[in-house]
Design a protein around this ligand. Sequence first.
Ligand SMILES: Nc1ncnc2c1ncn2[C@@H]1O[C@H](COP(=O)(O)OP(=O)(O)OP(=O)(O)O)[C@@H](O)[C@H]1O
Length: 318
Amino acid sequence: MNDENIDSGDSPSMAVSPDSDRWQIILNPTSGTEDHVEKVRSYANDRGYAVTETEQAGDAIELGKDAAQKGVSRLAACGGDGTIHQVVEGYDEAGSLSDVTFGVIPAGTGNNFAQNLGIERIERAFELLETGERRQIDVGVADDELFTNSCIAGITAKTSSETDSDLKERFGTLAYVLTGIRQAAEFDPLHVEIDTGTAVSGSTWQGEALCILIGNARRFAGNGGQANAEDGLFEVLIVEEMPTNDLLTEAAIQRWFGTETEHMLRFTSDHLEITNQRDTDVEFSLDGEIRAHQELSLHIRPRELEIVVGPEYSPEPE
Ligand SMILES: Nc1ncnc2c1ncn2[C@@H]1O[C@H](COP(=O)(O)OP(=O)(O)OP(=O)(O)O)[C@@H](O)[C@H]1O
């Protein structure tokens, strides 16, 4: 890990500021188009913030832990959804989320979480670190792993992990649609049971699903459908198996226009148990990080994460 202000000792670690109000930034130099590093270092330098770069995949978890152990109280993640995911996860593993204010500097490919917080650009993110409103948002937990934005299984998880980053950069969301359409025809549906426990009465869903989207702060569709990140609930969308032609039409309608359709089941819950009824693992995308589980238990830690938001952020999006 490349630290501009490394402590003496064998293992590289995050610099500790003598001023606990100073922001510490964990920077992924490989996220997005990889052209943000100089800009971020320069903005940080102007403001006296410390920057630590990751050197390999997974480093942001270690740096998040390191920050917690050092008692860092203002910690920003610079990268995409995966970097934010790892920093929050690492901090929580080694410390308490209640001790820290988090910031997000968007430098990823999709930047879904940053967008949901109303933070669109690097420059703006730096302004907001000083002046932005702080909100307490929910954090999702999938088995033992935290997620801030979403947990997805099925076609969309495959799509987001397999969409070529060049394509993502050139065509944005259209790239996901193109990749999704390519995959839809050959996708073997998930045979799952989804149980919401006691939180919602009588709620077990069993069947063949093309995708399961569990949103904490995720925008499910272009025009609305964003989950409320402060209500202590997941917003769940199950897209049932259907003929490919219907799928393409319905997925497009749902995802891009936000309209309900026949094969889409939508509800909220603070707890979910997902079981694959086949003897295999299912791939889940936790904020874009891919994990395999045959069973997954999800719950919410309500309003545990203090985070800086932009003026466009709405706790109750339309
Ligand atoms: N120095 C590094 N070298 C290689 N991989 C890294 C490094 N630092 C972080 N990573 C990995 O990069 C992956 C992707 O990061 P991230 O999600 O932040 O960016 P992105 O995929 O471009 O953006 P988004 O998820 O918003 O589309 C993470 O899984 C992380 O482990």
